[in-house]
Design a protein around this ligand. Structure first.
Ligand code: NDP
Length: 254
C-alpha cells in the first residue's frame, strides 16, 4: 500500500470503531495521526497508545461536533497539538468519520433529533472541510464516511439516512471544486460493522447471524475492512479516483 510518511491525517471519531481502525491503518502506512474524539478521552487515549505501541505517531484532539463553532474549535486544537508535537503545520488527509444515529421512522422522528443528526453528520463535515482546506496541502485527500443507507432504503433510520445522503452529495460537489488543487474527495459506504453501534444487535447468536447474512461473505464487517480501503483512498495509488462513493459492505447490496 501507499507510503504516507511525511503526511498528516486527521480522523474524526477516531476514539472508537471504524475511526479507530482507520487511524491505526493510516498510522501503519506512516502518517502522523490526529485522533479526534467527542467526549470519550479514555478511548481516544487508547487509540493513541495502540498507534504508538505499534511504532506509529499520533496525538489526540477533543472537540464536540454539531455545536456552533465546532470546526473552528477542532482546528484550533489541531493546530495547537500539531505544534506541540513538533510537526510542520498543515494537513494532507481529512477523514470525516464521526457521526451519530437516532433511529426512528417518519412518524417518530422529532425536530430535535433531526436537527442534531444534521448538525453532527453533515453540517460538521462541511465546515470541517472549509477549515481543513485552509491547511490542506495540494494533492490532499478528503474521505467522507457515509453508509449503505444511501443505496437501499432503511425507513427505520430516516434522519440518519437523509444526513448520509448529504454526505454523498458533499463528496460529489467538492470533488469537482477541488480537482484543480489535485485534492481527491471520495465516500466510503459501509454496511454492518462490529462497533459499539451494532453491539446490541450482535448480542445474541440470532442477531449476529441476521447481520452477517446481509453480506455475501456471511459475516459482519470489521473496522479493518473499511480501514484498508481508506488507506488506499489516502494513498497516491488512488490519485485518478475522485467524487466516488465506494461500497464497502461485503456485497450486502448485490
Ligand atoms: P461509533 O459510535 O463506534 O464511534 C463514533 C465516533 O464518533 C466516536 O469516536 C465518537 O466520539 C465520535 N462522535 C460521535 N458523535 C460525536 C459528536 N457529536 N462530536 C464529536 N465526536 C462524536 O461509530 P462507528 O465506528 O460505528 O461509525 C463510524 C462511521 O461509520 C459513522 O459515520 C457511521 O455513520 C458509519 N457507519 C457505521 C456503520 C456500523 O455498522 N457501525 C454502518 C454504516 C456506516 P466519542 O468516543 O468521544 O464518543
Amino acid at each position: 500500500m501507499g507510503d504516507l510518511k511525511g503526511k498528516t491525517a486527521l480522523v474524526t471519531g477516531a476514539s472508537r470503531g471504524i475511526g479507530r481502525g482507520i487511524a491505526q491503518r493510516l498510522a501503519e502506512d506512516g502518517a502522523l495521526i490526529a485522533v479526534h474524539y467527542g467526549s470519550n478521552d479514555a478511548a481516544a487515549k487508547e487509540t493513541v497508545e495502540r498507534i504508538t505501541s505499534a511504532g506509529g505517531r499520533a496525538f489526540m484532539i477533543g472537540a464536540e461536533l454539531g455545536v456552533p463553532g465546532d470546526a473552528e474549535a477542532l482546528f484550533a486544537a489541531f493546530d495547537a497539538e500539531l505544534a506541540a508535537f513538533g510537526a510542520e503545520p498543515g494537513l494532507d488527509v481529512l477523514v470525516n468519520n464521526a457521526a451519530l444515529n437516532f433511529p426512528g421512522r417518519i412518524d417518530e422522528v422529532t425536530y430535535e433529533e433531526f436537527d442534531r443528526t444534521i448538525a453532527v453528520n453533515i453540517r460538521a463535515p462541511l465546515f470541517l472541510v472549509q477549515h481543513g482546506l485552509r491547511r490542506m496541502r495540494d494533492g490532499g485527500r478528503i474521505i467522507n464516511v457515509s453508509s449503505a443507507v444511501t443505496s437501499t432504503a432503511h425507513p427505520s433510520q430516516i434522519a440518519y439516512s437523509v444526513s448520509k445522503g448529504g454526505v454523498d452529495t458533499l463528496t460529489l460537489t467538492l470533488a469537482k471544486d477541488l480537482g484543480a488543487r489535485g485534492i481527491t474527495v471520495n465516500t466510503l459506504a459501509p454496511g454492518w460493522v462490529e462497533t459499539d453501534v451494532t453491539a446490541a444487535r450482535r448480542a445474541t447468536p440470532e442477531g449476529r447471524a441476521a447481520l452477517a447474512a446481509y453480506s455475501v461473505f456471511n459475516r459482519i464487517g470489521r473496522p479493518g475492512d473499511i480501514a484498508d480501503v481508506a488507506a488506499f483512498l489516502a494513498s497516491d495509488d488512488s490519485r485518478w479516483i475522485t467524487g466516488q462513493r465506494i461500497d464497502v459492505t461485503g456485497g450486502s447490496m448485490l
